[in-house]
Write a protein that binds this ligand. Sequence first.
Ligand code: SF4
Length: 418
Amino acid sequence: MNKIKNQKTVSASQRDNSENSVNSVKKIRRLALLLLDWFSQNARNLPWRHTRDPYAIWVSEVMLQQTQVQTVIPFWERWMRELPTVEAAAKADSAKLHKLWEGLGYYTRVRNLQKAAQVIVEKHDGKFPQNFDEVLALPGIGRYTAGAICSIAFNQPTPILDGNVIRVLTRIFDIAGNPKEKATNARLWQLAEQLVGRAVLCPPRRGEDTTPYRCSLLNQSLMELGALVCTPRNPQCLICPVKKLCVAFKERRTDELPNLAKRGMATARHFIAFAMERNGKCLVRQRPAGVVNAHLWEFPNVEVSVAPSSRPSPPVGDKVTGGRLRGNAPAYDSNVVAKAICQKLFGVKPEMIQPLHTVKHSITRYRMTLEAFHVRLKNSPKKLAGVWLSPDEFDSIAFTAAHKKLASAAARSILSSR
Ligand code: SF4
């Protein structure tokens, strides 16, 4: 009797599983159709969407990491004008590459891009590989970028999973685990793969040409929905093309998904920088290899070990170690501090020193404040190496984003004091 009962239970559970899997297949199919329809009417007109050149698409994908679409457009257009082929990128000199990337940040990206271009030239005769594993093996290219290139340029059913796609999928399918955890991440990749695989089987959409790039369109539609409609805050569910399939919308849980770990507290860091001027020229220096923003240019600067809200006194008797200034005393006068640093670190006695500009920016978990001074000198600093450039020459080198702002302020200050 028990045996019969157990058999019935197993059969019921098997039936449930198979119903779930039929429902899941149906949901994937409807979702793919809705996304393709919506994208055919709502895709933004972006310059890299007018090409299937894998190199051009790759450059756009690398630039779009950590950077907004509107910011990327002029950078991408200029890059493609200056370096229109893989060969051109492979042999461009480092100064040109950094100049073309100046302002986009995360400069490891551009150095990896060139390394990968060199591999394509040397190993693949300059022809962009079409095999997913060969694309994935290129320097700086991970699973997302390889999937994006293979699907968008070659219409292969290779999945993509970035922040936008994670948001869309976790909300539609009610995936409550942290997307960074192995099992949840694998489930998300699986859904992305099922969706792009399903796109191949979709019948022609309204207004499509005869050879639709459906895998390309499907992946782009997912990213586009995440960027325009299914946004991190205040998603536009009422106008969302897939709201009928979306669990988070039905259950009003869009605030809970995706389940991302809370970010740690940001750390404040404070730097003092100097536009040291002598005979109308300023001293600039190149950052060494192996550090953040390697090879880019900057004005001499030093980190001080205090937050702006708890500043130390002028560094009388302070100890300067490894470029950091340490000290604590009651009053703070930034001019006096800056002057003392000039003397201590660079061995110069300023003829004139005045506040120039303050830049606040963030890098990863750091909130940076860069407080700059215009310093006029009679003599060259003894303790600092660098190059003396006039404001007209600032444009010939690639500054870090923060120091680019200082360069503009320094140019204005020098010109107005003439
Ligand atoms: Fe995102 Fe809302 Fe659309 Fe669901 S209905 S996919 S939460 S925008």
